[in-house]
Design a protein around this ligand. Structure first.
Ligand SMILES: Nc1ncnc2c1ncn2[C@@H]1O[C@H](COP(=O)(O)OP(=O)(O)OP(=O)(O)O)[C@@H](O)[C@H]1O
Length: 246
């Protein structure tokens, strides 16, 4: 889908957030970006989204076709829903901005809400939903335009452990079904190991790629209990320990 060729980003205050990032994002991959606070994960995500531009290096999209409107979905740690609008209206928003009427879009909006386990909650306002459900609405809003690339910036970090596991399971099931390409920023070794087909481990600032680990766990939601999962989390922990300053 995309190649990053020596991407670097230095902010006007001379902070070098990213240095010489070279990697690829293959279609259908689930890539976890893992690294310590401040290593440039969010900056990299913003560059992928076209919200920021590199100072050095470049991005090369397949067929030299950069993504158009609706080709990229973005989910933040905060669900960022419109507080006055119900779940259906929140999920409809990207299609409304693309000029669609609710009548035309309602089937896909409802279908996407149902995919996220929210059938029956179409008319609920954000204040009537739990944190996990608000995040489900946020993911539905990102997926409603059927993006080619889904960017997720620590989406589950603020959720309790039980809700987080449920959302990880459901996101993993969705990805296995649709194979939407996902780049997922996380601080959690366990989350990265459970979800990703490849983990990019970043070093502390200036953010560089310290290691890339390809995951070969079974393609089922029972992978948390697989011995290979335990081995992978150990490998990732050791890789992170090696790049962290003493
Ligand atoms: N607009 C900006 N201007 C100046 N410095 C910035 C700007 N945005 C980010 N930075 C700095 O760049 C570095 C990388 O920030 P970034 O948010 O990408 O890191 P991160 O790995 O996502 O961090 P965290 O895990 O804490 O969210 C940090 O030191 C941050 O303070």
């Amino acid at each position: 889908m995309l190649r990053l060729n020596g991407v670097g980003r230095r902010f006007p205050n001379n902070v070098i957030a990213l240095d010489n990032i070279t990697t690829r994002i293959e279609p259908g991959a689930f890539i976890a970006l893992l690294g310590p606070s401040g290593c440039g994960k969010s900056t990299l995500l913003r560059i992928l989204a076209g919200l920021d531009t590199p100072d050095t290096g470049s991005l090369t999209w397949d067929d030299n076709t950069p993504p158009g409107p609706g080709d990229i979905g973005f989910v933040f740690q905060d669900a960022t829903l419109l507080p006055w609008a119900n779940a259906e209206a929140n999920v409809f928003l990207p299609l409304r901005l693309a000029g669609k009427s609710l009548e035309t879009a309602r089937p896909i909006v409802r279908d996407t809400l149902a995919q996220l386990g929210l059938a029956g909650f179409e008319h609920a306002k954000p204040t009537e939903l739990s944190g996990g459900m608000r995040m489900r609405v946020s993911i539905a809003r990102a997926l409603v335009s059927r993006p080619k690339l889904l960017l997720m910036d620590e989406p589950f970090a603020a959720l309790d452990e039980f809700t987080r596991h449920r959302l990880q399971d459901d996101l993993f099931a969705l990805w296995r079904e649709a194979r939407t390409t996902i780049v997922f920023v996380t601080h959690s070794i366990y989350e990265a190991a459970y979800l990703a087909s490849r983990i990019i481990v970043m070093s502390p600032r200036p953010g560089r790629i310290a290691a890339e680990l390809t995951c070969t766990l079974p393609d089922t939601n029972t992978r948390r209990t697989d011995p290979a999962y335990a081995a992978l989390t150990t490998q990732v922990t050791e890789t992170l320990r090696a790049v962290m300053p003493a």
